[in-house]
Ligand binder design. Sequence first.
Ligand code: FAD
Ligand code: NAI
Length: 471
Amino acid sequence: MKSFDVIVIGGGPGGYIAAIRAAQLGFNTACIDEWKNDKGGPAPGGTCTNVGCIPSKALLQSSEHYEHAGKHFAEHGIEVKGLGLDLGKMLARKNTVVKQNNDGILFLFKKNKVTFFHGRGSFVKAAEGGYEIKAGEESITGKHIILATGSNARALPGAPFDEETILSNDGALRIQGVPKKLALIGSGVIGLEMGSVWRRLGAEVTVLEALPTFLGAVDEQIAKEAKKAFDKQGLKIELGVKVGEIKSGKKGVSIAWTNAKGEAQTLDADKLIISIGRVPNTIGLNAEAVGLKLDERGAIAVDAECKTSLPNVWAVGDVVRGPMLAHKAEEEGVAVAERIAGQHGHVNFNTIPWVIYTSPEIAWVGQTEQQLKAAGVKYKAGTFPFMANGRARALGDTTGMVKFLADATTDEILGVHMVGPQVSELISEAVVAMEFKASSEDIARICHAHPSLSEATKEAALAVDKRTLNF
Ligand code: FAD
Ligand code: NAI
């Protein structure tokens, strides 16, 4: 039986990164992942690479190009005649991008001498000094086990995913013809990103959201600004709804729902995407065999260091508590490998950035104004609109703003919130600043290139002290 120092179960961003870092640290490492491509071959990278971050961003990019060509090129004096959509080609390009990433991970495993097993990984039993693990058809042993089995889309009771009419994120990324009418349940991150893709390609999109407030976890001022932009684009978002019976047939789907006033409504659509959150995935681990503890949400119970209830068994990423984000999973993977090596791996949950890749993009790090108010923290706020930024005007995209929240006494940055063009990239400066415990004055005194969108960040920092230069 082959034996390893470290066995990672799951090859998503949490697992494959943990395996690479463990190998870099000199451990004899294996990674087991069961994802199959359409030919039945290995497709490491998990949800993120196969049906999440990467394909969604590929389609967001393609659909944005299409919308720009149809609606915005004319402002630049560019005439496009006979604009057409080849959805098959767009989806094929997305699949190519996914495959490049799958192949990239297989290459990285080889480069770092990680032994890859394609198949299911499950516990057999605790063995002398470690665990016996079934890796596909083989049995192997490992001293340390890292579980990174990810998450699955949450289904609505009575409306199971068939990926034809009722779609999870998987089906939502491979609809073969643009639906005339598309319904979504849940206006969270997937609802907004997928709703945007199909709206840009021509679908009439309606999103039904249970909560009365739009993007409740986002800073209120930023969420309001984003909602205004989505309304203008024609993305119909109904808040405070109660979803009732969902009937699906050959012709499409019919959703009974009640609006915020309590009035009964029916929404008929060709397709329905359900994006109401995700559930941790422990199916197939045979966790019972070794007595691994789960928490009340069905996630693997871990402490702050990602240690599970079992000695030398660790868990990272979507299958444990915390935000379900690829970069959070990666950071935990690295930290666990380093802890196994006796180092002090660390993940700072206060500086994990969030990005929603809609247009405008939404990005934030740290605390929102409503969180600071609730905690009774005295703070100063500064905002700067992209409307007053030269680069944004040149781009022809002046929606949104950058907002700083800083401690009223020390000026330490407590949160940075953005809605606007390319803020997925701009947010990194705020993350670095917060990681180094910078003050808003630090950012305000740093030279930023002109003309650049990043000047809006500097100006928002200046606004904390009420001394913007360009607004
Ligand atoms: P996963 O990526 O889910 O990987 C788990 C892997 O383990 C899978 O390959 C699975 O097949 C395998 N596995 C499970 N059980 C076993 C077993 N017993 N044996 C062998 N293999 C097993 N996050 C972002 O940060 N940015 C984004 O832009 C973003 N976009 C997203 C878009 C969509 C549509 C979705 C659904 C998610 C998105 N996410 C995004 C979230 C991100 O995909 C997850 O947070 C991330 O994939 C979690 O990584 P993970 O390694 O924990 O799990
Ligand atoms: P989500 O948690 O972002 O949003 C789910 C939404 O559905 C919430 O607004 C919730 O109030 C609503 N909801 C729940 N039950 C409902 C019901 N019965 N009826 C109507 N509305 C209901 O979850 P989502 O969009 O499924 O995404 C899952 C996770 O994947 C995200 O939380 C995020 O962690 C990750 N993700 C990250 C992305 C990014 O970083 N850009 C992109 C996509 C997903």
